[in-house]
Design a protein around this ligand. Structure first.
Ligand code: MLT
Length: 263
């Protein structure tokens, strides 16, 4: 069920279910914790699953301006503290992965093991960062539908569009329900994020990388390179899935996560 925790300057809504080793799920942009619906209840049989709406998304409070990945990481650390949890397996998708890099930088001891889904280590190019600011401005002027219009076409594999149109409709609804100020703030925060490539060789936690075979944003090639750079990391390519692999192919992804969590 959805609960609320009050931090210094924000409130975070989070899903919390199950008992066992804790797993922290960090969602992508511009979504909320419901993107993990294929994982949360399924994995709650063996694990305590905790999935916040990151600041500015879902039912969490909105901080206008810029919300950096460091801020999101501090929020996640504060959430674990509030729950009396020391460290957790961190399962993070795309923007959630950028937050995971920051957790590794700021509070590595909080990360027990790492599941990186459809994410990237490189920082934005100057053009990429400028594009984010442009989108943030447009979202503030014209509303969240701009984010849905620009993001949705890049997120899903052809098979998902054909066989699971409801998944795409629900994702659109999630995007439209988010407030423009929250979307813009994290978009600006992503533009500021540092290159995480130097971090990869230092990762001393068991790590699983998951990527949809048709991911157009964080490609198989790019994630193969990341897996090669992280000592001992394992890579799982999900056939017939795109950038939202855990949502598009939950059975395959969950089987892999279970095997990794008990390895
Ligand atoms: C996401 O899915 O979180 C986004 O694609 C991240 C990004 O815009 O870099």
């Amino acid at each position: 069920m959805l609960k609320i925790v009050t931090l210094n300057d924000a409130t975070l809504a989070y899903y919390d279910a199950g008992q066992g080793p804790p797993m922290l799920f960090l969602h992508g942009f511009p979504l909320d914790h419901t993107m993990w619906r294929g994982q949360l209840d399924a994995l709650a049989d063996k694990f305590r699953v905790i999935a916040p709406d990151l600041r500015g998304f879902g039912r969490s409070s909105v901080t206008p301006g810029t919300v950096t990945m460091a801020q999101h990481a501090a929020d996640c650390s504060a959430l674990l503290f509030a729950l009396g949890i020391g460290n957790a397996a961190v399962c993070a998708l795309s923007m959630g992965g950028y937050v995971a890099w920051q957790l590794l930088r700021q509070r590595r001891w909080r990360v027990e093991r790492l599941i990186l889904c459809d994410t990237r280590a490189v920082a934005d190019t100057p053009e990429g960062a400028a594009g984010r600011h442009k989108m943030a401005d447009q979202v503030l002027r014209e509303g969240s539908r701009v984010a849905a219009m620009l993001m949705l076409p890049k997120l899903f594999a052809e098979r998902t569009a054909r066989d699971q149109p409801a998944v795409i409709d629900q994702t659109r609804e999630t995007m439209l329900a988010n407030q423009p100020e929250g979307i813009a703030a994290s978009q600006r925060g992503m533009a500021e994020r540092e290159d995480a490539r130097p971090l990869l060789a230092t990762i001393n936690k068991p790590t699983l990388l998951i990527v949809g075979q048709e991911d157009q944003i964080s490609t198989v090639e790019e994630m193969t390179g990341m897996a090669a750079a992280i000592p001992g990391a394992e890579l799982f390519v999900v056939p017939g899935a795109g950038h939202m692999a855990p949502l598009e192919a939950p059975a395959a992804v969950n089987a892999k996560i279970r095997a990794f969590m008990t390895s």
